[in-house]
Design a protein around this ligand. Structure first.
Ligand SMILES: Cc1cc2nc3c(=O)[nH]c(=O)nc-3n(C[C@H](O)[C@H](O)[C@H](O)COP(=O)(O)O)c2cc1C
Ligand code: SF4
Ligand code: SF4
Length: 375
């Protein structure tokens, strides 16, 4: 059977699935459920010096995307002392997430959670609420300072979680590594607006908030792809993971572990066990002996824009299509290379610019593409 052991935040983990910071890891009961689901570790909801009240409603879910206006943990430091103590006593691996405005505040929180028994710390570098912290956390110097303040204050390992709205993730990840971090994760939810019920002119949520779930996965994969090439410490992918194949994508981009959040709300904690089983079966079926064998194997196939191949590519139909009631390919082709004439779909190869759109929209997968030589 494939080896699932991996590392994140200076910890040796039994498997690469970690539960991320959020309401699904907000207290003893939720953290216990997360650990029982098969996750190798749980990141607590972010612990802050002054917990804020929760707002109602604070979650809105539509079309695989979750919007939230939930701010950090509502528990006090004293509550977390009990929660971390109880969950550690049950054998769980707990990564305490901390958020603060200044290096000294973070150092204080870090010392506190270390004394409560946390195995490691994850510093939340900006959440999508309020701009102050976000602007500070886009400054690599600030990231270095707060990481160093925490790594020098505690003996347990420290990771840094990046936000998608950090303007220079590579510089920030390197700054965290220089500051002594043992891991980088990303991303937090992305600043967004949930939308409007236009019949009543009512916003679905009464404030700007954070977007998570499937729709943020491509955003996160871009950041993971960039930072995993730039740092030598383990990288953990977060964002939109609800199936084993999503985790595999992150591993192929260079992550060594992943965190799962929003999909717990839509699929339950038990989905983590399913992801783990399917991941193991997939690795075995594809003769991968470990997660490490997947690490970054696709990164080398992602080129800088200027190095992209310039040979022409053209679409071709694998077989005739007579579906006059579909037309997705014809609508998708803004180059007018596809037409419906004489009872079937026709392709004018000379007009095809090789954009690749038609193959994505064909529900029957009848179209492929091939390179050809110029001239
Ligand atoms: C309701 C909610 C609350 C969250 N609270 C926290 C938090 O306290 N600390 C933190 O670092 N991230 C928090 N997150 C971000 C998640 O940990 C995760 O980074 C993000 O949702 C993307 O992953 P996902 O698509 O699997 O949810 C929260 C996300 C949601 C949806
Ligand atoms: S690849 Fe683009 S240009 Fe060519 S037929 Fe398809 S949609 Fe049209
Ligand atoms: S999208 Fe596919 S199924 Fe639909 S008309 Fe075009 S070739 Fe036929």
């Amino acid at each position: 059977m494939a080896e699932l052991k991996t590392q994140y935040a200076g910890l040796e983990l039994e498997n690469p699935l970690i539960v991320s910071a959020g309401p699904w890891s907000r207290d003893t009961s939720t953290i216990s459920k997360a650990l029982e689901s098969g996750a190798s570790a749980v990141v607590t909801a972010s612990i802050v010096s002054e917990p804020s009240p929760t707002h109602c409603p604070r979650l809105f879910y539509k079309e695989y995307s979750l919007s939230n206006i939930r701010l950090y943990s509502e528990l006090t430091l004293e509550d977390w002392k009990k929660t971390i103590g109880e969950t550690r006593n049950n054998g769980g691996t707990i990564i305490a997430s901390i958020m603060g405005e200044s290096p000294s505040e973070l150092a204080y929180l870090a010392e506190s959670v270390e004394s409560f028994g946390a195995n490691a710390i994850e510093i939340g570098a900006a959440a999508p609420f309020g701009e102050g912290l976000e602007i500070k956390c886009s400054d690599p110097e600030f990231v270095f300072n707060y990481t160093e303040a925490v790594t020098t204050a505690v003996k347990i390992p420290v990771a840094v979680k990046l936000s998608a709205t950090v303007t220079n993730p590579v510089a920030c990840a390197r700054a965290a590594e220089r500051g002594g971090a043992s891991g980088i994760s990303g991303i937090d939810s992305v600043r967004a607006f949930a939308g409007i019920d236009i019949e009543t002119a009512t916003p679905y949520l009464p404030s700007l908030g954070g977007l998570s779930g499937s729709s943020v996965r491509p955003v996160s994969m871009a950041i993971i792809s960039m930072i995993s090439e730039a740092v030598g410490i383990p990288v953990c992918g977060i964002g939109g993971i609800s199936r084993f194949s999503h985790a595999v994508e992150y591993f192929m981009l260079g992550a060594q572990s992943v965190q799962i959040g929003s999909s717990i709300l839509t699929n339950g904690y038990s989905n983590i066990g399913i992801i783990l089983e399917e991941l193991t079966a997939w690795l075995d079926n594809h003769n991968y002996r470990s997660i490490q064998e997947l690490k970054g194997i696709v990164s080398k196939r992602i080129s800088p824009f200027q190095d992209l191949r310039s040979d022409p590519l053209a679409a071709e139909f694998k077989t005739d299509c007579h579906k006059s009631d579909c037309m997705h390919c014809r609508n998708a082709c803004t180059y007018d290379a596809i037409s419906f004439t004489e009872g079937k779909i026709n392709l004018n190869r000379n007009m095809c610019s090789g954009c690749g759109m038609c193959i994505n929209v064909c529900p029957e997968k009848l179209i492929s593409m091939s390179w050809y030589q110029k001239g």
